[in-house]
Write a new protein. Sequence first.
Length: 503
Amino acid sequence: MWTTGHFYPTGPMQGSSILDHLRGDMRMGPFGTGMVVAAQPEAVEAGVDALRAGGNAVDAAVACALVAGVVDPQMCGVAGFGSAQLFLPAGRPGADSGETVHTCVDFHGTSPAAVRPDMWEHLLVGETRDGFGFILDGNVNDVGYQSITTPGSLLAYYEAQTRYGRLDWADVVAPAIAWAADGFAIRPSVFHWWKEGATLGRADNVGRLAHTPAGRRIYFDENGSLRPIGDTLRNPDLARTLTRIAEGGADEFYRGGIAAEIDADMATNGGLLTAADLEGYRTVWGEPLRTTYRGLEVATNQPPGGGVMVAEMLNILGHFDLEAMGHNSVQYVRTVAEAMKWATADKEAHVGDPAFVDVPLERLLSTDHAAEMAQRIMAGERAHVDRMAGEPPDTTHVCVVDADGNAMSMTHSLGMPSGVVTEGLGFMYNGCMGVFDPRPGRAGSLAPGKRRFTSLCPTLLLGPRAPRRRSAAVRSRRSRGHPDRHGCASGDPQRRRSRHAGA
């Protein structure tokens, strides 16, 4: 077993092999004892503890996500967005039917009701060099109060855990409260993101962290310098906020006292978000989008998530013998990159919030369309996607499988964080308004109540003894590998992955 983040089999080490480790002191089930994968060691520990306490994969994933929002606070948090996929082969805990649950929950950032389609058209400078947003004069969509969409992360965490978890909600939140109150050591990866200068047309991250007085108190020392690597960062305001959430559930954030504090701060500082936006926010639960690839069922998320891109790429690649090409040969890299580019071009032309845009899913996922794209690649055609840089590392991911084969795969993020921290609350809001197209009349254009497109694509590959494998693209907006048995996704870390970045 390998991963690009931190993994932890849920039994303690009692031998020299991974198999010995998996046996451990946990209850053995049809899938061993379980595993937790995430980018943050503290978050993984919280997930493992949830499993050891009798929780399932959903409890562990949510505990993991909440702690990640404390110790890696610009990658994710309660005021973020994301998408998750849940697979419970024995059904909902406590239910009599035992019917398998396989569902997705999308909690994308939603534009506030005050948004207008043309409100930023006159400020447009250009598209960010990585293609994940637009540059406006003054960076008003990137940093500050107008960059914030209605957040969905906390509501999704709460709904998933209270519907499909086994533990009490307060117990799942408790580890995050402890890390916020007691503090955590600032890791190099966190610090290096903090000090990153302006890149790809966006504002610099030091400016983000210093945007509000509350943020300056959290992330800077008394001399005005960023807290250094290894320093213990305590966030008592966030600990108090999480305690209120543990006691009052998601309602405290979306309808209660926290919502009132958010509303007052936004109104004072010219924000778009209101209490009405928070109260009206809804997650979207539904069936996964499905395709097949070389005998495996591929289940991923629906638009405006990025699952359609994954499915289209795999449908195209199904026409090629990638193994015969040789991993990362010139032909291999070109073929995979072109499949990614054709799918990306279709995404940019057609994919958006289905409530606002007619997404032609049937055509994009049809065998005829995949065959046409494959023929173009075979003929030497090149798709053109304007990109001048790699994707930014501003997202994180958690995968959990428990002893009963329950699985949860979740990508959650702040996008490029807004830099805004409300006095007394301790968390940073998302900056997802930067992804909407300020030009009216396009699939990604601004509109009130619209969910922003995202390439997030939590994906499960299902075989005869599902689940076969989870996508664990830690700090990635989309899966970077593909499930051919000769490639890196199959478990060989020595084989390098490839992705397209334009051309």
